[in-house]
Design a protein around this ligand. Structure first.
Ligand code: C5P
Length: 234
């Protein structure tokens, strides 16, 4: 059975060639509506890659994880508004003033959705202590989720291990974007990953998938498999 396009699946275009990124969009847009452009592709190709993906009828999640003084972040968000991206990321640890400046820069538009990065999933307890944070990872993550919600941004990025806990404490409309997804057929015993079905059942709104799709022998088959697993969760 042919599946409809999956609005909750976001494919991370972690490549550094425009041609490769656009070929992936052409191949995958049958299954996926939103593509994530991160620092790698944006630094290489600039805003024209956003425009080209829009021309193909798809949405862009601009994942630049802004963390700067409020005035600078506000300027970056105004640029993201001009590019008409669907979603973008800011670091919650930039503080309430920075998040509010980002919200003001967006004004009364509904997009880009402003999504906060809490504790990067690549950080462990010693790394957190190295930068002077003496709370446990879980306490720090909770603190930043609360801060994000109070500031009024739209949601957070959270690892599969955090989704359920966060979903219990935030408003219904608060968005949870989850990376660290591995399809059932290739899921291994890595600690910080989940299958698409698990992540949806835990309460994630959007799943970000990179290598399991873009490095697969057949990206389209991998995207189809993930979409199928996401539908099974419902
Ligand atoms: O290839 P993989 O599926 O692991 O890619 C996950 C994507 O999610 C990458 O683009 C990475 O930058 C992003 N990510 C994130 N926040 C995290 C972990 C990964 O945005 N905490």
């Amino acid at each position: 059975m042919k599946l409809p396009p999956n609005e909750q699946l976001i494919i991370a275009l972690d490549v550094d060639k425009e041609s490769v990124a656009l070929e992936l969009v052409d191949e995958l847009k049958e299954y996926c509506v939103t593509f994530k452009i991160g620092a790698q592709l944006f630094t290489k190709c600039g805003p024209k890659i956003v425009e080209k993906i829009h021309h193909k009828g798809c949405q862009v999640f601009l994942d630049m994880k802004y963390h700067d003084i409020p005035n600078t972040v506000a300027g970056a968000i105004r640029a993201a508004v001009d590019m008409d991206v669907f979603m973008c990321t800011i670091h919650v640890s930039g503080g309430t003033k920075m998040m509010q400046a980002a919200l003001e820069a967006r004004g009364d538009r509904l997009t880009p959705k402003l999504i906060g990065v809490t504790v990067l999933t690549s950080m462990d307890q010693p790394m957190l202590e190295e930068v002077g944070v003496m709370k446990t990872l879980e306490m720090q993550s909770n603190l930043l989720v609360n801060l994000a919600q109070k500031a009024g941004i739209d949601g957070v990025v959270a690892s599969p291990q955090e989704v359920f806990r966060i979903r219990q404490t935030v408003d219904k409309n608060f968005i949870i974007v989850t990376p660290g997804i591995r399809p059932e057929i290739v899921a291994d015993d890595q600690k910080r990953v989940a299958t698409p079905k698990e992540a949806i059942r835990l309460g994630a709104n959007f799943l970000v998938v990179g290598r399991p799709v873009i490095c697969a022998p057949s990206p389209i088959k991998a995207a189809e498999q993930i979409t199928r697993e996401m539908w099974e969760a419902k």
